[in-house]
Design a protein around this ligand. Structure first.
Ligand code: HSE
Length: 402
């Protein structure tokens, strides 16, 4: 019998406890041991919970209990979660987490600490919820040189954009709807400003390219500025707008960024709607792989957490070789050097646009606004041309034609 503790009895923590209860037999069979939740740490009371008897507010009890071999951290954020994770690893306990903020900010340090203590730090649930993506990159396609990873890794913004495309909703109405349905937080900025997606692509890029990519050195742009005119013009040009997180090798290092993109209808991501997530990984041997599924939510995320616990239990005497080297500002390339076609919404005249950009494809007009798609060029070049007197009301990349 292996005992575990769950830190944080929120959505994912409670789902994880439920998963161990509901699927105890299959989990025991796959882990080779019965696994029992011995403690749940939370400062709140849950008098109606069937797991009330496992609740404690005392972290010291957990970290000092030699019976507890694996700790699940679902507190979130970088405050107590960071401190508790370090203390558990130092105490020789493996830690499993869904906390993308912590992995993105301190993954290198925590993986080093796990290594020094002969235990594991596993984080499959930190990207893509229930979608297997960390393990496939670390193991299944380990023989490949990965050239690019791109995907839709935030369900809230994908829901909002899907509503804007399918129902012609304005951003503010689609956001209010997402909040009513419980997808977006009361303070939705982590989702709609791209922070959450940025943390996730930084984790995938660290894993794929071997150096810690810190979110502060990546670039992120959210979806607040997308108007219904953008959706309309993009549709006329034959595209959907999606918030894409991307890491693409430029020279020896990856450009890592999050930004709205136009996606053609034949792209693998075009059909990924609502709160679903999908990640495309391009390996030099395997080609393109797409990982698709529920990127958030209680039980999908709990499924990934529980699988990591099984992995940690199976590797009690063996460290899983998952990790990367320390990184810094020079581990990330400037994404504005990446070439692509661009979508620009503007109120400049068509004559002026054609004069500065040469051959472009125009949308129709709404009032004084129109949009156009450029030929292939770097972000730097686009900026240079815009500075000649064209104000970009929106400026998005067109994904494709790699
Ligand atoms: N807020 C996140 C999303 C939750 O909408 O995708 C999962 O990380």
């Amino acid at each position: 019998m292996v005992k575990i503790a769950v830190l944080g009895f929120g959505v994912v923590g409670s789902g994880t406890v439920e998963a161990f209860d509901r699927n105890s037999a299959i989990i025991a069979q796959n882990a080779g041991h019965d696994i029992q939740v011995k403690y749940i740490l939370d400062i709140r009371d849950f008098p109606d919970s069937p797991y009330n008897n496992l609740l404690t507010g005392d972290f010291e009890k957990i970290v000092s209990d030699p019976d507890v071999a694996v700790v699940v951290e679902t507190i979130g954020g970088v405050g107590p979660a960071f401190d508790y994770t370090k203390r558990c690893l130092s105490a020789g306990k493996s830690v499993v987490t869904s906390n993308k903020e912590l992995v993105a900010a301190h993954g290198y340090e925590l993986l080093e600490m796990a290594s020094a203590n002969g235990v594991n730090y596993l984080f499959e649930a930190s990207v893509g919820g229930g979608i297997p993506i960390i393990r496939p990159i670390a193991q299944c396609i380990a023989a490949n040189q990965i050239n690019e990873i791109y995907g839709i890794v935030n369900g809230t913004t994908n829901y909002i954009l899907t509503e804007m495309v399918k129902n012609g909703a304005e951003f503010s109405d689609a956001l209010a709807d997402a909040q009513r349905k419980g997808y977006a937080e009361a303070d939705p900025s982590a989702d709609i400003d791209g922070h959450d997606a940025c943390r996730k692509i930084c984790i995938l890029a660290s894993l794929a390219f071997g150096k810690h990519i810190y979110p502060e050195y990546a670039s992120h742009e959210g979806i607040r500025g997308i108007s219904s005119n953008d959706v309309h013009f993009a549709g006329e040009l034959g595209y959907k707008i999606k918030l894409v997180a991307r890491a693409r090798v430029l020279g020896d290092i990856p450009a890592v960024y999050v930004a709205p993109h136009l996606i053609s209808h034949d792209n693998l991501l075009a059909g990924v709607d609502g709160v679903m997530n999908a990640v495309v990984v391009r390996g030099n041997i395997v080609g393109d792989l797409m990982f698709y599924g529920a990127g958030a939510g209680k039980m999908p995320t709990a499924s990934a957490v529980a699988a990591d616990v099984i992995d940690a239990v199976k590797h009690m005497k063996l460290r899983k070789l998952i990790g990367w080297e320390e990184g810094g500002e020079d581990s990330v390339a400037d994404h504005m050097l990446l070439e692509s076609a661009w979508y620009i919404r503007t109120d400049a005249s068509r004559e002026k646009i054609s004069h500065e950009f040469g051959e472009v494809i125009f949308s129709g007009s709404i009032g004084s606004e129109c949009a156009f798609k450029t030929t292939f060029m770097s972000g730097r070049k686009v900026q240079e041309l815009l500075e000649r007197g064209i104000s970009a009301l929106s400026l998005f990349r067109v994904l494709g034609d790699h």
